[in-house]
Design a protein around this ligand. Structure first.
Ligand code: C5P
Length: 224
């Protein structure tokens, strides 16, 4: 079997990468995985077991106990769970425990799909350096904080936008400065700044960037 086509979408928190990844997957008929949910599920497993997300041994235990059926639970989408996810994500044993699941998903996308889209922080740099097309999505911190505030409002969890901004900046700093799998653009990535783009414009820009590579790879697939 030929290698599946892979689009990686890395970027900062609330940059729009998750929505872009979902829409790209839908456009090309590819499978999609939000890798951030794996770290959020790890944090949830730690907290529900009465553990401490800052403890490496609790975090490692959590990564081996994640419940994928909770991936769409609003409980993992809170700001607190985002912070706890960032703590467990800095633990090497957690990343090692989640690595195979992510690589397996890309090697064998569910539904016999010819390709997969995965969003996260290290997908183009560590999980799949040989990806067909790579995007790195970012936006000004103030714009991202406002988007996150709107998202939390829609979940009835609104809050103080200045506090959300401070948390986003702290999480970006932690994600960019950790020694293992730090958030950084891969050398062969397409950079996309969504600060001045609404989601439709951002999707159009993302599609224009990856389309030539993806269509070329689709054409090269063996027929039949
Ligand atoms: O993308 P999301 O905000 O859901 O990610 C939550 C946290 O999980 C991030 O702040 C980051 O620390 C961690 N993460 C990661 N590597 C990924 C995806 C998420 O370290 N591939």
């Amino acid at each position: 079997m030929s290698n599946p086509i892979v689009i990686t979408v890395d970027g900062t928190a609330a940059s729009g990468k998750g929505t872009l990844a979902k829409r790209l997957a839908h456009h090309f008929g590819f499978a999609h995985l939000d890798s951030g949910s794996l770290y959020r599920l790890t944090a949830l497993a730690v907290i529900e077991a009465g553990g401490n997300p800052a403890s490496a041994s609790d975090a490692e235990r959590g990564a081996h106990a994640i419940d994928l059926s909770m991936a769409n639970d609003p409980k993992i989408r809170t700001a607190e769970m985002g912070q706890a996810a960032s703590l467990v994500a800095a633990v090497p044993a957690v990343r090692a425990a989640l690595l195979n699941f992510q690589r397996e998903f890309l090697a064998h996308p569910p539904g016999e799909s010819p390709g997969a889209v995965m969003d996260g922080r290290d997908i183009g740099t560590v999980i799949c350096p040989m990806a067909t097309a790579k995007l790195f999505v970012d936006a000004k911190p103030e714009v991202r904080a406002h988007r996150r505030w709107l998202e939390l409002e829609s979940l009835d969890q609104g809050g103080d936008e200045a506090h959300i901004l401070a948390e986003l900046k702290a999480r970006d700093l932690a994600d960019k400065s950790r020694p293992i799998s730090p958030l950084k653009p891969a050398p062969d990535v397409f950079l996309l700044d969504t600060s001045d783009l609404d989601i439709d414009a951002a999707f159009a820009a993302a599609l224009a960037l990856v389309k030539p590579k993806i269509e070329g790879a689709l054409k090269a697939l063996p027929q039949g």
